[in-house]
Design a protein around this ligand. Structure first.
Ligand code: F6P
Length: 502
């Protein structure tokens, strides 16, 4: 595979304006219009020769074979000896996995119908406790799509800091609250503690049967039963669906509740359309693959360490958080599938915010700072509000204007007022933000992560890096005296817990 990198690594750097001048078909070649989304990669340094080089790299790295193995339900996650079957949740994958996902979805739908028929008494509040992939996806969906459609007042609590749970329950009526416990493993300490405290809150406020107000979303139903959840209130999903890929499964329950079942189905259909695009489109016209080529170009050829994502749409303000987990937990690795060193940079640091706010905070560095940061603009042609059109026109003018300014710059003899330009950006323009399009957008990001992993030869589906810190915190919490911590940690323990560590 290293031989395929060599020509890419030794190629001359061409500026964006030279690329536009020398490649008249650039815009056409580097834009993909798929599932109501326009992906424009033309303002990146991906020249024709790089594109050819990356296609050769993809072939050498077996990207197509790995993609086929993903959709066939093969064990593409060898360190955990299992498949990664999030696409089966939206109907694209091995037949038996798709059938199982449909069965699980049917259970979810039945429960939603029962709730609507008041089977749980009158529920007005949904208190969802979960963390990481068991929170970020549903939170994004409810925030992006549920603002007006929101039929329940929903709080998604993740942090173990009691302030988070307290804030949510302060505004909720315990007698009108459904507690949703979301955890793939049903062992995550934050979630278990938050769930226990929420149950105590209900109990203290005289709810007769708090466990009767619980729904569990999990791939470990036995553990949920052990915890005390009624078997009929468990919505399972397959353990081949990774946490950060799980919003399509029963982990999406609060979103399906808040938005309604039809909207949830549209979300799945949108994702399935993107799955088919990823599976069938030629590499040079494949949006997730092109995005991965761009990612690799900056990370490995230009040695750039981060990528910034700015949602020029208030409804997508949680997208950067969601992408941080998806991309950094998936591809923040240092070894290849066979355990050998990755040998080159893997996931960039993903960060971002919302436009136009970010322009007045961090864009100075993007235009004139010493770091090269590829920027991603995400916007929607249709506005998400009913105020005067000026708002949306200005919003889009800013998104497009920033991309143009980063690329072309403006030279000045005054070094303080000099904009060097040649700074890359990608624009992702949605026709409208609806469930179907959001489904397609999120599936695009998942496949982009997968394509990056294939080019690097790494496993995007495990996350052993988070385990050591978890184990240390657990041991410290249980008995801080039993571990031989360093002197700095010992001093912190003494300061916070007292000299005895209690
Ligand atoms: O901390 C890492 C992690 O394992 C994530 O991958 C996962 O999304 C999160 O914890 C929550 O795990 P669970 O759904 O099992 O509670």
């Amino acid at each position: 595979m290293d031989e395929a990198w060599a020509p890419l690594e030794s190629a001359q750097t061409t500026t964006l304006s030279e690329l536009f001048d020398s490649e008249p078909d650039r815009l056409e070649r580097l834009t993909v219009d798929e599932s109501g989304i326009l992906f424009d990669f033309s303002k990146t340094h991906l020249g024709r020769s790089q594109l050819d080089g990356f296609i050769r790299l993809a072939e050498t790295a077996g990207l197509k074979e790995r993609r086929d193995a993903l959709f066939a339900g093969e064990a593409v996650n060898p360190t955990e000896e299992r498949a990664a079957e999030h696409t089966a949740e939206r109907g694209e994958g091995a037949a038996e996995s798709v059938a199982r996902a449909r069965r699980f979805h049917a259970r979810m739908r039945t429960l939603i119908d029962a709730m609507e028929a008041d089977a749980f008494g009158s529920i007005r509040h949904i208190l969802h406790v979960g963390i990481g992939g068991s929170a970020l996806g549903p939170k994004l969906l409810v925030d992006a799509l549920g603002r007006e459609a929101g039929r329940y007042d929903t709080a998604i609590v993740s942090n173990v800091d009691g302030a988070a749970l307290e804030e949510a329950i302060r505004r909720f009526d315990p007698h009108a609250t459904l507690l949703v416990i979301a955890s793939k493993t049903f062992t995550t300490t934050e979630t278990m503690l938050n769930a226990g405290s929420a149950l105590s809150w209900m109990d203290e406020h005289g709810v007769v049967d708090p466990y009767g107000r619980v729904v569990a979303l999990t791939a470990s139903p036995d553990k949920a039963i052990e915890f005390g959840v009624d078997e009929t209130r468990i919505l399972p999903f397959s353990d081949t669906v990774g946490g950060r890929y799980s919003l399509w499964s029963s982990i999406g329950f609060p979103a399906a509740l808040a938005l309604g079942w039809d909207a949830f189905e549209s979300l799945l259909e949108g994702a399935a359309a993107m799955d088919r695009h990823f599976r069938l489109a030629p590499l040079a016209r494949n949006a997730p693959v092109l995005a991965a080529f761009v990612d690799r170009y900056y990370a490995n050829i230009r040695k750039v360490e981060s990528r910034a994502v700015f949602a020029y749409d208030e409804r997508l303000r949680l997208l950067p958080d969601y992408l941080q987990q998806l991309e950094m937990e998936s591809n923040g690795k240092s070894v290849r599938l066979d355990g050998s060193p990755a040998g080159r940079a893997t996931s960039p640091i993903v960060w971002g915010g919302v436009g136009t706010d970010a322009q007045h905070a961090v864009f100075q560095l993007l235009h004139q700072g010493t770091h090269l940061v590829p920027v991603e603009f995400i916007a929607s042609v249709e506005p998400g509000h009913s105020l005067a059109p000026d708002h949306h026109r200005q919003l889009l003018a800013n998104a497009f204007g920033q991309g143009a300014a980063l690329m072309s710059g403006r030279r000045s003899d005054d070094p303080h007022r000099d904009y060097p330009g040649d700074r890359p950006s990608t624009t992702i323009l949605l026709d409208r933000l609806d469930p179907r399009t959001l489904g397609a957008l999120l599936a695009f990001y998942e496949h982009r992560v997968f394509a990056n992993a294939a080019l690097l030869g790494i496993n995007p589906f495990d996350q052993f890096g988070v385990e050591l810190g978890k184990a240390m915190a657990k041991a410290l919490d249980a008995d801080s005296g039993s571990i031989d911590f360093d002197s700095s940690t010992r001093a912190l323990i003494a300061r916070a817990f007292g000299a005895s560590g209690e």
